[in-house]
Design a protein around this ligand. Sequence first.
Ligand SMILES: NC(=O)c1ccc[n+]([C@@H]2O[C@H](COP(=O)([O-])OP(=O)(O)OC[C@H]3O[C@@H](n4cnc5c(N)ncnc54)[C@H](OP(=O)(O)O)[C@@H]3O)[C@@H](O)[C@H]2O)c1
Length: 349
Amino acid sequence: MGNNMTIKVAINGYGTIGKRVADAVDAQTDMEIVGVTKTRPAFGCDLAVRKNFPIYCTYDDAGKIAAFAEAGYDCHGGLSDLLAVADIVVDCSPGKVGAANKEKYEAAGVKWIFQGGEKHAMTGNSYTSSANHFENLNCNGTRVVSCNTTGLSRTLVPLYSHCGQLKVECTMIRRAADPGDSNKGPINAIKPVLHVPSHHGPDVMTVKPEIEINSMAVAVPTTLMHCHSIVATLPEGHGLTTESVIEMWRESPRVIVMNGAQTGISTTAEVMEFARDIGRKWGDLHEIFVWEDGVKLDGNTLYYFQAIHQESDVIPENVDAIRALMGTESDWKTSVAKTDAAISLYNNL
Ligand SMILES: NC(=O)c1ccc[n+]([C@@H]2O[C@H](COP(=O)([O-])OP(=O)(O)OC[C@H]3O[C@@H](n4cnc5c(N)ncnc54)[C@H](OP(=O)(O)O)[C@@H]3O)[C@@H](O)[C@H]2O)c1
């Protein structure tokens, strides 16, 4: 760790997730960005320059590094040079290139965090703030689970903590692409994920193995958010009512509960407009959005919908995961409060 006890954080992959994690880290008082990588001097470099984040090349290749200077960017070296000045690297590369990157991190002796595009089998460890912060303390590396799995964890872990047992079936209605992504679809179809169960539900068990959960998924032509339709079976004697479940989520970190009929926020379009109206950077919503009037507890069966802003719900989790791995904060709620208070300075939380 750095001399002044500020955690030195590298971002490998400065794209949709990487640029957001960089800003969230930069807002914290106990950590700093020592550099971000780009594969080439293109889209995204100017943002790093504006933020004063040192730019490094994703590769150690001298020709690729030189290309940055030729395009007018001050490039501080290759990935190895960046790892040499970092305590921890947050890998925000596209999914499935992680195994090769992990070897580089381990060789450089830095801690590492991957994203949900990588498999649990590759990292051997996974993370969400509410589920297993303590279990991740001082580990060498982890994986912040996907946006969908993070969203499930936010509402199911408090429910599990109350009930001590939980069986869940859910359907992920997934956005087809991120708003800035011009390469993915469908644009005029509903595409079931023909792998049943989908990975999202079972992935919750990588952070909270006690929750029995299965999921199916369909991709639909929207870019704004994912929407989850969830049915949870609670054990006998759970002692909850629809109202007390709603109250539990109101008190849970990073969950927003609103009444669709009363507020007019009844679709993902209005949820995103709400995020823009309250001045969130990039129009992001780090919280999971639960419709109050979509929650119903009928005997032991709980039904609810929630919306997930795929580009941003995992951002604060990455900050908490840094503290867990570095061993600087053992209590997840304290870390969450610290992370969110710092982010609120730019995000109107
Ligand atoms: N977007 C989401 O909704 C979302 C939500 C949760 C989790 N995730 C996960 O987060 C990760 C990143 O996704 P993303 O949406 O941020 O992807 P993205 O927007 O495509 O950004 C990925 C970045 O990685 C860089 N890159 C390419 N090859 C690399 C390599 N070998 N090593 C390091 N960096 C490399 C690219 O750099 P250049 O631009 O310089 O070419 C690009 O900027 C994935 O695991 C994804 O599954 C994504």
